[in-house]
Design a protein around this ligand. Structure first.
Ligand code: PMP
Ligand code: GLN
Length: 388
């Protein structure tokens, strides 16, 4: 195999889901819902297939979907965007992230990653020949209400060679939602060092009481240098559809499109029409409020279950993940704990160490996904109670 892939194992998600299946474990590991997406959205896909919208889509995405994305940005009060030049549809956020880094990073350019990071970011950077520079997100400590970063650490990671900063808010796996003052600090430094931001906001509709999702692209001076990446997978519980998109200034979209045309060229046509119907419908039918309310209930149920078996949870502000403190379990290693929990207890979780490049000074945590039906969470509860 080529050098660029030689170091790659299989992703932690594939590994833990396979182990969960093999052990018959309740899978609270890999992040995906075990319930169906909305009926009206599935119906729209069936209709698009029946209407023979089954040939290649325009490579930048079908116009109706790009217009629905623009309408969504407008409705959220974020920005008025040009669907022709400022939106590109991709095969999932995964393709948008890969394509953006391919399109913007030259070999030897430096890229800032907050660590822990969603696991795809590091291979995205190294496959482009970029050099990752890491900035730690620290778990909540006294005096800090949530995960936090040290501004001087970010400053120290930046240099004239820095090309890109990859941001993720709401953040996987910590559940952090970056506050306005934090985004302002990042924005100020990115402008000072002339750094482009790729901001992964796939959990933008999953924020809980007290937190507010703010796209960094809406901060002064940031639109020109930000590509915001999103996906229908989380928001409409359709992770298998792989409909993603990037929003940003024409210049950055032109670069992304140049890469995208050689990666997938275009994305599944009927699913793009259904995605358009999803975004259009959600603007008027109360979907987002109901979605958030249902997830808030799941969040509280899983938190209560984990706490009741001696796994204290860290506060999650957004995303569908909870981080639980495993230091009272006697394990000194999150991988060993998650293997044990999957194989012996019958509940699968993800070891957060998979989201760190540097393995020193890691907090002892396990990541649990609450995008699950009540009965799934209750089944996990039964097994956890039998263990503790
Ligand atoms: N970014 C983050 C932070 C994610 O959690 C995920 C999904 N797990 C993705 C990107 C990938 O999104 P998609 O399925 O649309 O490719
Ligand atoms: N994003 C999902 C998670 O964090 C997994 C996606 C994948 O399997 N690649 O669990």
């Amino acid at each position: 195999s080529a050098e660029r892939v030689r170091q790659f194992g299989t992703t932690i998600f594939a590994e833990m889901s396979a182990l969960a299946v093999q052990c018959g474990a309740v899978n609270l590991g890999q992040g995906f819902p075990d319930f169906a997406g909305p009926e009206w959205v599935k119906q729209a896909a069936a209709e698009a297939i029946a209407a023979d919208a089954n040939q290649y889509a325009p490579y930048i995405g079908v116009p109706r979907l790009r217009e629905a994305i623009a309408a969504t940005w407008q409705a959220h009060g974020w920005r008025s965007i040009d669907p022709q030049r400022e939106v590109t549809v991709t095969s999932g956020a995964t393709e948008a992230l890969f394509g953006a880094v391919q399109a913007l990073v030259n070999p030897g350019d430096e890229v800032i990653l907050f660590e822990p990071f969603y696991d795809a970011y590091l291979p995205d950077v190294t496959m482009a020949g970029g050099i990752p520079r890491f900035v730690r997100l620290h778990p909540p400590t006294s005096g800090q209400s949530g995960w936090w970063f040290d501004l001087s650490e970010l400053q120290a990671a930046l240099s004239p060679r820095t090309r890109l900063l990859m941001l993720n808010t709401p953040h996987n796996p910590t559940g952090k939602v970056f506050r306005r003052d934090e985004l302002e600090q990042i924005a100020e430094l990115c402008q000072r060092y002339d750094v482009i931001v790729v901001s992964d906001e796939v959990y933008d509709q999953l924020v809980f009481a007290g937190a507010e999702h703010i796209p960094i692209a809406t901060l002064p001076g940031m639109w020109e240098r930000t590509l915001t990446i999103n996906s229908l997978g989380k928001t409409f519980s359709l992770t298998g559809w792989k409909i993603g998109y990037a929003v940003g200034p024409a210049e950055l979209n032109t670069a992304l499109r140049a890469a995208h045309q050689w990666i997938t060229f275009a994305t599944a046509t009927p699913l793009q029409y259904a995605a358009a119907a999803a975004l259009e419908g959600a603007l008027h039918n109360g979907y987002y409020d109901q979605f958030r309310a249902e997830y808030t209930a799941r969040y509280h149920l899983l938190a209560e279950i984990l706490e009741s078996v001696g796994l204290p949870v860290l506060p999650t502000e957004g995303s569908y993940f909870l981080m639980a403190d495993i230091s009272a379990t006697g394990f000194h290693d999150d991988v060993a704990f998650c293997r044990y929990l999957t194989q012996e207890v019958g509940v699968a979780a993800i070891p957060p160490s998979a989201f760190y490049a540097r393995q020193h000074d890691l907090p002892l945590l396990a990541r649990f996904c609450f995008a699950k039906r009540d009965e799934t969470l209750r089944a996990a509860q039964q097994r956890l109670l039998a263990w503790r």
